[in-house]
Design a protein around this ligand. Structure first.
Ligand SMILES: *Cc1c(COP(=O)(O)O)cnc(C)c1O
Length: 388
């Protein structure tokens, strides 16, 4: 089999698509005005941001004045959660899940250190948060629920519309980290009763370093920074004009192409899963059906995920063990541990995430390469029972 380059790490980031680069280029070159300037170059940049805000709102079922541009998913999550907490006068309790991205989990831990009470909800073995558990965790002191729309490691899609309805019924704010969901599955903030939603452009073939926070009309957050009046003072600082234009164009295209792409990726995903499960002692992590179209996460008994990753890399395949942010540490994934996956299997996990450029040939190549590699690693593993 001839070696090829196969990118199966779209949950970590995605390539910038050509049409998006084209939309951005003028704002990196000739159209360099500051959107706050009153001259025509400034007004031209302002107009581009206004148009991007309209497109972004449209993709989420929101109003343009409910969209705030940020530097990415991490910042959006920080502004949403800390901003809601610091705006609180009396209530001190918030609820989140134990499988959130660190940009939510660690913000909540920080707030706990500041004296807030935080409930970290458990999940079932598929990584699913239960609406009943959310209901049980509610107290008269609860002001915020933050549960991600889809998990970045195992791809499980959470019951956010139901959690949103519950929050609304109790007059509690509902935030969702939708960074993995936006551009991959249909999202509508009105229908899903979402008050605050985080998204990031580089997860849907847009540029890195730009994101957005949807803030429902009538919801007020304390800004984390002080400065100019940009983004209605919620996120001051000169706007990343090219990035914002790129975000909106990428989102527009992702939503347009979603039905077709989603169907195609699901087919590839199922073929990949079927092929991987033919290998001895492999288990699927995450939900069998309520799952992002491009996510595959499996555990190989008797192997370290990192060894597998390096082996795949030598064959030209880019993959991940757990999340990119924690994969430099050798700690097993907090998501898999919260799901009750035993330590051994959690350490042998591999995440393969498909995206726009993924093809049948990619899946064929991965499946051809991985079997022999797993066998080789197991033969070297002290953990592997000798009778095999
Ligand atoms: C990637 C990711 C983030 C962080 O977004 P950045 O734009 O990289 O800061 C947050 N949450 C989830 C679920 C993610 O997948």
């Amino acid at each position: 089999m001839t070696k090829r380059f196969v990118y199966m790490d779209h949950a970590a980031t995605t390539p910038l698509r050509e049409e998006v680069l084209e939309a951005m280029l003028p704002y990196l070159q000739d159209k360099y005005g500051n959107p706050s300037s009153l001259h025509s170059a400034g007004r031209e940049a302002r107009a581009a941001i206004n148009e991007a805000r309209e497109k972004t709102a449209l993709a989420l079922g929101a109003e343009p004045n409910e969209i705030f541009f940020t530097s990415g998913g991490t910042e959006s999550n920080n502004i949403a959660i800390k901003g809601a907490a610091r705006r609180q006068k009396h209530k001190r309790h918030l609820i989140t899940s134990s499988i959130e991205h660190h940009a939510v989990l660690d913000v909540c831990k920080e707030l706990a250190a500041e004296g807030f009470q935080v409930t970290f909800l458990p999940v079932d073995r598929y990584g699913m948060v239960s609406v009943e558990e959310v209901k049980r965790a509610l107290t008269p002191d609860t002001f915020l629920i933050s549960v991600m729309t889809a998990n970045n490691e195992v791809g499980t899609i959470e019951p956010v519309a139901e959690i949103g309805a519950l929050a609304r019924e109790h007059g509690i704010l509902f935030h969702t980290d939708a960074v993995q969901a936006v551009g991959q599955i249909p999202m509508n903030v009105r229908e899903m009763n979402i008050d605050l939603l985080s998204l990031s452009a580089h997860k849907f073939n847009g540029p890195k370093g730009v994101g957005a926070l949807y803030v429902r009309k009538g919801v007020y957050l304390a800004p984390l920074y002080q400065g100019g009046g940009q983004e209605r003072k919620l996120r001051p600082g000169t706007e990343n004009v090219a990035g914002i234009v790129g975000l909106a164009r990428a989102l527009e295209l992702a939503v347009e192409e979603m039905p077709e792409k989603s169907r195609r990726l699901q087919e590839l995903r199922e073929r990949l899963i079927d092929g991987l499960l033919k290998i001895d002692e492999v288990v699927l992590n995450g939900h069998p059906t309520s799952r992002l179209p491009g996510n595959v996460n499996v555990s190989f008994n008797y192997i370290e995920g990192e060894a597998l990753l390096l082996g795949l890399d030598l064959e030209g395949i880019a993959a991940s063990s757990g999340s990119a942010c924690s994969s430099s540490s050798l700690e097993p994934s907090h998501v898999l541990l919260a799901m009750g996956v035993e330590d051994q299997l959690a350490r042998g996990s591999l995440r393969l995430t498909l995206g726009r450029g993924s093809s049948d040939a990619d899946v064929d190549y991965l499946l051809a390469v991985i079997g022999p590699l797993v066998e080789r690693l197991r033969r070297m593993s002290a953990l592997y029972p000798r009778q095999h």
